[in-house]
Design a protein around this ligand. Structure first.
Ligand code: MV4
Length: 455
């Protein structure tokens, strides 16, 4: 096992990684920007190194500063967390060149899954079901139209370099497809440095169901069941849960086996997530793979009892994954609410300022992953995640009641948060019945805002 690692991240995930290190007897060095000098991660770490000014291109994305910080402090490995450099194949390569272990998969696996065209082709070849659509990159507008006419509308244009729904466009007919094609292409080129597009059949009523996997360097891989992340607003997840109300043990076994086929096809090593769309008939389709630890990983930890971040560290140091598939049991129900510093009544505008008062929830079945403390200044330079409020209960109904209780007892003064909207969502009939799919969050939002102006 490593004796010392560098954490190349901030916020709650930096704190989460420090905690895993301390449980494993690893010394944690936090790389921080000037805006994060007084952060909880810096306070809880064994050492901290300033890597640059607040803007992330000059700090958390500054590869040479991070490598220098690791070398100066004698770290054997770098944990990239999520976002920032976590899915940067070049950074993983540079780490290796300097003799530093990148806590993640190989540069090749990152590169492959970072390209949606390559990822889709690889998964199809491995026998993983994918959404009907183009064989690879669209070569021309004529090809797109021909394919769409054969498949039927609506269709979806997806940037190969994107991910998480960024830059997607739905075309309802040939005229729209013609209209969107070139714009989508140039936007993709500008946003991701890759103008390649692929075409998929648009599935109108689907859920976002993702399978968590763990794979070691010795060829052993397991899945840890699914998370349902269908509660999204503009592709931002706001509530996640495990297990999915739509997944039976039999479907879980089939989706898990499909995910593992994909993992084996690319010799994947690390924690990872295979994302699927699940339609009302129970058909599932691979959309993309995340080659990092994800924000919502704790719901899986709560229902399996398996610590994913500790396993990332153990796997990266070459240890055998000693958990067998038959050891993985899904027990009870877990829900996560992402509490963001945003004003849901003002179109989720980011809210910055000092946390004047903070009282996190507690009691039975509650877990809070957060970097907040009273007096903390929420900087405007980074994403707006303040806290992940998690609950576990024996079943979904009790988990919902417990989450409402936890959010109601939470006090955060100084910034606006998403909690009022999450409480509305937890009371919504569609959510309570477990019938979430593509459009329901937008509908709840519209109704909520309308009710606010009339009362
Ligand atoms: C889709 C889709 C419909 N058809 N792909 C991809 C990334 C994720 N953030 C949302 N994505 C979608 N991909 C095809 N071919 C619909 C969505 C989608 C969605 C899916 C499940 C639950 C909520 C959603 C909200 C918006 C879009």
């Amino acid at each position: 096992m490593f004796s010392k690692i560098l954490i190349a991240n901030r916020g709650e995930i930096a704190v989460r990684i420090v905690r895993a290190c301390h449980e494993l007897g690893i010394r944690a060095v936090v790389a921080y920007s000037e805006a994060d000098r007084y952060s909880l991660a810096v306070r809880t770490a064994d050492e901290a190194v300033c890597i640059g000014p607040a803007p992330s291109p000059r700090s958390y994305l500054n590869q040479s500063a991070l490598i220098s910080a690791a070398l100066i402090t004698g770290c054997e490995a770098i944990h990239p967390g999520y976002g920032f450099l976590s899915e940067n194949a070049y950074f993983a390569e540079i780490c290796a060149q300097y003799g530093i272990t990148f806590i993640g998969p190989s540069p090749d696996a990152i590169r492959l899954m970072g390209d949606k065209v390559e990822g889709r082709n690889t998964m199809r070849a491995a026998g993983v079901p994918i959404v009907p659509g183009s064989d690879g990159e669209l070569q021309s507008i004529e090809e797109a139209v021909e394919l769409a006419n054969a498949m039927g509308y609506p269709v979806l244009l997806k940037p190969a370099g994107g991910g998480g729904g960024r830059g997607m466009r739905v075309a309802n007919d040939e005229a729209e497809l013609n209209r969107f094609y070139l714009t989508a292409k140039s936007e993709a080129e500008a946003a991701f440095g890759n103008g390649a597009l692929l075409l998929e059949k648009y599935l109108p009523k689907v859920r976002h169901v993702e399978i968590q996997v763990l794979a070691d360097t010795h060829g052993h891989a397991i899945h840890l069941g699914e998370r349902d992340c269908s509660s999204q607003r503009r592709h931002q997840k706001i509530v996640e849960e495990a297990p999915s109300p739509a997944v039976s043990p039999e479907l879980r076994a089939r989706m898990g086996e499909a995910a593992l086929k994909g993992v084996r096809a690319i010799n994947y090593v690390n924690a990872g997530t295979m994302e699927f769309l699940l339609d009302p008939e129970g058909n599932f389709y691979f959309i993309e793979m995340n080659t990092r630890i994800q924000v919502e990983h704790p719901v899986t930890e709560l229902v399996t009892g398996i610590d994913l971040v500790r396993w990332q560290l153990r796997i990266a140091s070459g240890e055998h994954l000693t958990v067998q598939q038959s050891d993985v049991q899904i027990r009870g129900h877990a829900i996560e609410c992402r509490v963001n510093a945003e004003d849901p009544e003002r179109d989720f505008m980011p809210s910055v300022g000092e946390i004047q008062y903070y009282l996190p929830p507690g009691g039975p079945g509650v877990r809070v992953d957060s970097h907040l403390y009273p007096g903390y200044m929420v900087p405007g330079n980074y994403d707006s995640l303040l806290a992940k409020m998690l609950v576990w209960a024996p079943n979904r109904e009790e988990a919902i009641a417990r989450m409402k209780r936890a959010l109601t007892e939470t006090v955060i003064h100084g910034v606006k948060t998403t909690i009022p909207f999450q409480l509305v969502l937890l009371d919504d009939e569609v959510f309570v019945d477990g019938d979430m799919s593509t459009r329901y969050v937008a509908e709840i939002m519209t109704n909520w805002l309308a009710s606010k102006t009339t009362t």
